[in-house]
Design a protein around this ligand. Structure first.
Ligand code: SAM
Length: 285
Protein backbone atom coordinates (compact mmCIF):
# COMPACT_ATOMS: atom_id res chain seq x y z
CA UNK A 1 0.00 0.00 0.00
CA UNK A 2 1.24 3.49 -0.81
CA UNK A 3 1.96 5.61 2.25
CA UNK A 4 -0.67 3.94 4.41
CA UNK A 5 -0.42 1.13 6.96
CA UNK A 6 -2.55 -1.89 7.80
CA UNK A 7 -3.14 -3.03 11.37
CA UNK A 8 -4.51 -6.14 12.93
CA UNK A 9 -5.10 -5.00 16.50
CA UNK A 10 -6.66 -7.81 18.52
CA UNK A 11 -10.00 -8.50 16.90
CA UNK A 12 -9.97 -5.38 14.75
CA UNK A 13 -8.49 -5.10 11.27
CA UNK A 14 -8.09 -1.60 9.90
CA UNK A 15 -5.89 0.65 7.77
CA UNK A 16 -4.50 3.95 8.99
CA UNK A 17 -5.53 6.41 6.31
CA UNK A 18 -4.30 9.79 5.18
CA UNK A 19 -6.39 12.87 4.54
CA UNK A 20 -6.62 12.11 0.82
CA UNK A 21 -8.40 8.84 1.56
CA UNK A 22 -10.94 10.65 3.71
CA UNK A 23 -11.61 12.96 0.77
CA UNK A 24 -12.07 10.00 -1.57
CA UNK A 25 -14.54 8.45 0.88
CA UNK A 26 -16.51 11.72 1.03
CA UNK A 27 -16.57 12.05 -2.77
CA UNK A 28 -17.87 8.51 -3.28
CA UNK A 29 -20.40 8.95 -0.48
CA UNK A 30 -21.70 12.26 -1.91
CA UNK A 31 -22.13 10.79 -5.35
CA UNK A 32 -23.66 7.50 -4.15
CA UNK A 33 -26.32 9.53 -2.36
CA UNK A 34 -27.16 11.47 -5.55
CA UNK A 35 -27.09 8.25 -7.58
CA UNK A 36 -29.54 6.49 -5.29
CA UNK A 37 -31.85 9.48 -5.13
CA UNK A 38 -32.05 9.62 -8.94
CA UNK A 39 -32.28 5.87 -9.54
CA UNK A 40 -35.00 5.40 -6.89
CA UNK A 41 -37.34 7.37 -9.18
CA UNK A 42 -36.68 5.05 -12.14
CA UNK A 43 -37.92 1.55 -12.90
CA UNK A 44 -34.57 -0.11 -12.22
CA UNK A 45 -33.19 -2.46 -9.59
CA UNK A 46 -29.87 -0.87 -8.71
CA UNK A 47 -26.86 -2.16 -6.82
CA UNK A 48 -23.78 -0.86 -5.06
CA UNK A 49 -20.64 -2.86 -5.88
CA UNK A 50 -17.34 -2.49 -4.01
CA UNK A 51 -14.60 -4.59 -5.64
CA UNK A 52 -11.96 -3.75 -3.00
CA UNK A 53 -14.28 -3.31 -0.04
CA UNK A 54 -11.81 -3.36 2.87
CA UNK A 55 -12.68 -4.16 6.48
CA UNK A 56 -15.39 -1.53 7.01
CA UNK A 57 -13.45 0.93 9.17
CA UNK A 58 -10.22 2.91 8.97
CA UNK A 59 -8.24 4.94 11.46
CA UNK A 60 -7.72 8.57 10.47
CA UNK A 61 -4.05 9.46 10.74
CA UNK A 62 -4.94 13.12 11.39
CA UNK A 63 -7.62 12.77 14.05
CA UNK A 64 -6.82 9.22 15.31
CA UNK A 65 -10.55 8.56 15.10
CA UNK A 66 -12.25 5.70 13.30
CA UNK A 67 -13.70 6.55 9.90
CA UNK A 68 -16.27 4.40 8.09
CA UNK A 69 -15.05 2.73 4.93
CA UNK A 70 -16.77 2.91 1.55
CA UNK A 71 -19.14 -0.10 2.05
CA UNK A 72 -20.51 1.13 5.38
CA UNK A 73 -20.97 4.61 3.94
CA UNK A 74 -22.97 3.10 1.08
CA UNK A 75 -25.09 1.05 3.46
CA UNK A 76 -26.14 4.21 5.30
CA UNK A 77 -27.43 5.95 2.18
CA UNK A 78 -31.13 6.70 1.95
CA UNK A 79 -32.94 5.73 -0.18
CA UNK A 80 -31.06 2.44 0.01
CA UNK A 81 -29.66 0.50 -2.93
CA UNK A 82 -31.59 -2.69 -3.71
CA UNK A 83 -28.48 -4.86 -3.41
CA UNK A 84 -24.87 -4.57 -2.24
CA UNK A 85 -21.94 -6.68 -3.41
CA UNK A 86 -18.84 -6.23 -1.26
CA UNK A 87 -15.72 -8.13 -2.33
CA UNK A 88 -12.34 -8.42 -0.66
CA UNK A 89 -9.40 -10.79 -1.00
CA UNK A 90 -8.37 -10.61 2.66
CA UNK A 91 -10.19 -13.17 4.82
CA UNK A 92 -9.81 -11.20 8.08
CA UNK A 93 -11.24 -8.07 6.50
CA UNK A 94 -14.14 -10.00 5.03
CA UNK A 95 -14.92 -11.58 8.39
CA UNK A 96 -14.87 -8.21 10.09
CA UNK A 97 -17.05 -6.65 7.42
CA UNK A 98 -19.59 -9.46 7.82
CA UNK A 99 -19.80 -8.81 11.56
CA UNK A 100 -21.10 -5.22 11.35
CA UNK A 101 -24.74 -4.85 12.43
CA UNK A 102 -25.42 -2.89 9.20
CA UNK A 103 -24.50 -6.04 7.24
CA UNK A 104 -25.47 -9.02 9.40
CA UNK A 105 -28.79 -10.65 8.64
CA UNK A 106 -29.46 -8.51 5.58
CA UNK A 107 -30.09 -10.82 2.63
CA UNK A 108 -29.60 -8.00 0.12
CA UNK A 109 -25.99 -7.48 1.30
CA UNK A 110 -23.54 -9.99 -0.18
CA UNK A 111 -20.03 -10.02 1.28
CA UNK A 112 -17.83 -12.12 -0.96
CA UNK A 113 -14.36 -13.38 -0.11
CA UNK A 114 -12.31 -13.54 -3.29
CA UNK A 115 -10.33 -11.85 -6.02
CA UNK A 116 -12.53 -9.17 -7.56
CA UNK A 117 -10.88 -9.68 -10.95
CA UNK A 118 -12.71 -13.01 -11.03
CA UNK A 119 -15.66 -12.47 -8.72
CA UNK A 120 -16.94 -9.34 -10.46
CA UNK A 121 -16.77 -10.87 -13.92
CA UNK A 122 -18.19 -14.26 -12.98
CA UNK A 123 -20.64 -13.60 -10.14
CA UNK A 124 -21.53 -9.95 -9.79
CA UNK A 125 -21.66 -8.19 -13.17
CA UNK A 126 -23.98 -10.86 -14.65
CA UNK A 127 -26.52 -9.78 -12.00
CA UNK A 128 -26.64 -6.15 -13.19
CA UNK A 129 -27.35 -6.45 -16.89
CA UNK A 130 -28.76 -3.50 -18.80
CA UNK A 131 -31.36 -5.67 -20.56
CA UNK A 132 -32.65 -6.91 -17.18
CA UNK A 133 -33.36 -3.29 -16.09
CA UNK A 134 -30.50 -3.45 -13.61
CA UNK A 135 -28.02 -0.69 -12.91
CA UNK A 136 -24.99 -0.43 -10.62
CA UNK A 137 -22.47 1.95 -9.12
CA UNK A 138 -19.14 0.13 -8.82
CA UNK A 139 -16.21 1.35 -6.73
CA UNK A 140 -12.79 0.00 -7.75
CA UNK A 141 -10.36 1.11 -5.10
CA UNK A 142 -7.21 -1.01 -5.06
CA UNK A 143 -4.10 -0.12 -3.03
CA UNK A 144 -2.04 -0.27 -6.22
CA UNK A 145 -1.87 -2.24 -9.43
CA UNK A 146 -4.16 -5.09 -8.32
CA UNK A 147 -6.97 -4.53 -10.81
CA UNK A 148 -7.19 -6.10 -14.26
CA UNK A 149 -8.31 -3.94 -17.18
CA UNK A 150 -10.86 -6.57 -18.21
CA UNK A 151 -13.05 -5.62 -15.24
CA UNK A 152 -13.10 -1.99 -16.37
CA UNK A 153 -13.72 -2.88 -19.99
CA UNK A 154 -16.59 -5.25 -19.22
CA UNK A 155 -18.17 -2.63 -16.93
CA UNK A 156 -17.99 -0.08 -19.75
CA UNK A 157 -19.37 -2.40 -22.41
CA UNK A 158 -22.30 -3.50 -20.25
CA UNK A 159 -23.64 0.11 -20.28
CA UNK A 160 -25.41 -0.50 -16.96
CA UNK A 161 -22.44 0.24 -14.68
CA UNK A 162 -20.82 3.49 -13.56
CA UNK A 163 -17.41 3.30 -11.93
CA UNK A 164 -15.19 5.18 -9.55
CA UNK A 165 -11.63 4.06 -10.15
CA UNK A 166 -8.50 4.63 -8.10
CA UNK A 167 -5.77 5.10 -10.74
CA UNK A 168 -2.64 4.36 -8.70
CA UNK A 169 -0.10 6.61 -10.37
CA UNK A 170 2.42 6.43 -7.50
CA UNK A 171 2.47 2.63 -7.61
CA UNK A 172 2.82 2.84 -11.39
CA UNK A 173 5.74 5.26 -11.14
CA UNK A 174 7.43 3.11 -8.50
CA UNK A 175 7.02 -0.21 -10.22
CA UNK A 176 6.78 0.31 -13.97
CA UNK A 177 7.04 3.87 -15.26
CA UNK A 178 10.78 4.23 -14.70
CA UNK A 179 12.92 6.61 -16.71
CA UNK A 180 14.20 3.50 -18.45
CA UNK A 181 11.22 1.12 -18.34
CA UNK A 182 13.36 -1.87 -19.28
CA UNK A 183 15.10 -1.53 -15.88
CA UNK A 184 11.84 -1.83 -13.91
CA UNK A 185 11.10 -5.30 -12.53
CA UNK A 186 9.40 -7.81 -14.77
CA UNK A 187 6.66 -8.16 -12.12
CA UNK A 188 6.02 -4.40 -12.09
CA UNK A 189 5.73 -4.25 -15.86
CA UNK A 190 3.40 -7.26 -15.95
CA UNK A 191 1.13 -5.69 -13.31
CA UNK A 192 1.12 -2.42 -15.28
CA UNK A 193 0.13 -4.25 -18.46
CA UNK A 194 -2.66 -6.10 -16.61
CA UNK A 195 -4.06 -2.83 -15.25
CA UNK A 196 -3.74 -0.97 -18.56
CA UNK A 197 -5.00 -3.87 -20.66
CA UNK A 198 -2.04 -4.14 -23.04
CA UNK A 199 1.44 -2.71 -23.56
CA UNK A 200 0.22 0.56 -25.08
CA UNK A 201 1.12 2.21 -21.73
CA UNK A 202 4.64 2.32 -23.17
CA UNK A 203 3.43 4.65 -25.95
CA UNK A 204 1.40 6.72 -23.49
CA UNK A 205 4.21 7.22 -20.99
CA UNK A 206 7.28 7.57 -23.26
CA UNK A 207 8.22 9.54 -26.32
CA UNK A 208 10.92 8.33 -28.69
CA UNK A 209 13.61 10.94 -29.37
CA UNK A 210 16.85 10.92 -31.31
CA UNK A 211 19.91 11.99 -29.31
CA UNK A 212 22.71 14.26 -30.62
CA UNK A 213 24.62 11.07 -31.39
CA UNK A 214 21.82 9.70 -33.56
CA UNK A 215 20.65 7.06 -31.06
CA UNK A 216 16.97 6.52 -30.28
CA UNK A 217 16.01 7.09 -26.67
CA UNK A 218 12.71 6.92 -24.80
CA UNK A 219 11.86 10.07 -22.82
CA UNK A 220 9.48 9.59 -19.91
CA UNK A 221 6.42 11.84 -20.05
CA UNK A 222 4.58 13.31 -17.05
CA UNK A 223 1.57 12.03 -15.10
CA UNK A 224 -0.75 14.23 -17.14
CA UNK A 225 0.01 12.44 -20.40
CA UNK A 226 -0.45 9.03 -18.76
CA UNK A 227 -3.75 10.06 -17.20
CA UNK A 228 -5.04 11.59 -20.45
CA UNK A 229 -4.16 8.43 -22.36
CA UNK A 230 -6.00 6.29 -19.79
CA UNK A 231 -9.01 8.58 -19.98
CA UNK A 232 -9.00 7.99 -23.75
CA UNK A 233 -8.94 4.23 -23.20
CA UNK A 234 -11.93 4.45 -20.86
CA UNK A 235 -13.85 6.18 -23.64
CA UNK A 236 -12.55 4.56 -26.79
CA UNK A 237 -11.84 1.00 -25.64
CA UNK A 238 -14.19 0.45 -22.68
CA UNK A 239 -16.95 2.55 -24.26
CA UNK A 240 -17.77 4.87 -21.36
CA UNK A 241 -19.38 7.96 -22.87
CA UNK A 242 -18.52 10.39 -20.10
CA UNK A 243 -15.22 10.57 -18.24
CA UNK A 244 -14.77 13.84 -16.35
CA UNK A 245 -11.27 15.11 -15.61
CA UNK A 246 -10.07 12.88 -12.73
CA UNK A 247 -9.22 14.47 -9.39
CA UNK A 248 -5.60 14.13 -8.18
CA UNK A 249 -5.26 12.94 -4.59
CA UNK A 250 -2.17 14.41 -2.94
CA UNK A 251 -0.35 13.51 0.26
CA UNK A 252 1.03 16.00 2.79
CA UNK A 253 4.17 16.38 0.62
CA UNK A 254 1.89 17.50 -2.24
CA UNK A 255 2.81 14.40 -4.26
CA UNK A 256 0.00 12.83 -6.26
CA UNK A 257 -0.68 9.34 -4.87
CA UNK A 258 -3.51 8.48 -7.22
CA UNK A 259 -6.15 9.99 -9.47
CA UNK A 260 -9.79 9.28 -8.78
CA UNK A 261 -11.55 8.59 -12.08
CA UNK A 262 -15.26 8.43 -12.69
CA UNK A 263 -16.79 6.94 -15.83
CA UNK A 264 -20.40 6.65 -16.89
CA UNK A 265 -22.84 6.51 -19.80
CA UNK A 266 -24.94 9.39 -18.44
CA UNK A 267 -24.28 13.12 -18.99
CA UNK A 268 -26.08 14.01 -15.77
CA UNK A 269 -23.82 11.65 -13.78
CA UNK A 270 -20.77 13.30 -15.25
CA UNK A 271 -22.08 16.78 -14.44
CA UNK A 272 -22.76 15.82 -10.82
CA UNK A 273 -19.31 14.26 -10.39
CA UNK A 274 -17.63 17.26 -11.99
CA UNK A 275 -19.37 19.45 -9.45
CA UNK A 276 -18.36 17.16 -6.55
CA UNK A 277 -14.73 16.97 -7.76
CA UNK A 278 -14.58 20.78 -7.92
CA UNK A 279 -16.01 21.05 -4.42
CA UNK A 280 -13.19 18.85 -3.08
CA UNK A 281 -10.43 20.07 -5.42
CA UNK A 282 -8.99 22.50 -2.90
CA UNK A 283 -9.29 20.26 0.13
CA UNK A 284 -6.03 18.60 -1.02
CA UNK A 285 -3.22 18.09 1.45
C1 SAM B 1 -7.68 0.66 -0.45
S1 SAM B 1 -8.35 -0.72 0.36
C2 SAM B 1 -10.08 -0.51 0.10
C3 SAM B 1 -10.72 0.49 0.98
C4 SAM B 1 -12.20 0.64 0.81
N1 SAM B 1 -12.58 0.83 -0.58
C5 SAM B 1 -12.70 1.83 1.60
O1 SAM B 1 -12.66 2.93 1.07
O2 SAM B 1 -13.10 1.65 2.74
C6 SAM B 1 -7.98 -2.01 -0.76
C7 SAM B 1 -8.57 -3.39 -0.37
O3 SAM B 1 -8.42 -4.24 -1.49
C8 SAM B 1 -8.22 -5.56 -1.02
N2 SAM B 1 -7.69 -6.32 -2.18
C9 SAM B 1 -6.44 -6.33 -2.69
N3 SAM B 1 -6.40 -7.06 -3.83
C10 SAM B 1 -7.68 -7.47 -4.07
C11 SAM B 1 -8.30 -8.23 -5.10
N4 SAM B 1 -7.59 -8.69 -6.13
N5 SAM B 1 -9.63 -8.45 -5.03
C12 SAM B 1 -10.36 -7.97 -3.98
N6 SAM B 1 -9.82 -7.25 -2.98
C13 SAM B 1 -8.51 -7.00 -3.01
C14 SAM B 1 -7.34 -5.41 0.19
O4 SAM B 1 -7.47 -6.51 1.06
C15 SAM B 1 -7.90 -4.10 0.78
O5 SAM B 1 -8.85 -4.39 1.78
Amino acid sequence: MVNERSWNAGQLSFDEIGYWTEIKLDIVKDYAKEYSTILAKKPFQYAYIDGFAGSGVHLSRDTQEFVLGSPLNALKIKPPFHEYFLVDLDGDKVEQLRSFPEIKDRPEVHVIHGNCNQVLLEEVFPKVKFEDYRRALCVLDPYGLQLNWEVIEVAGRMKSIEIFLNFPIMDMNRNALWRKPELASQEGRVRMTAFWGNESWLNAAYQQQTTLFGDDEAIKLGNKQVVDAFSDRLKKVAGFKYVPEPIPMRNSMNAVIYYLFFASQQPVASTIVDYIFKKYQNRGA
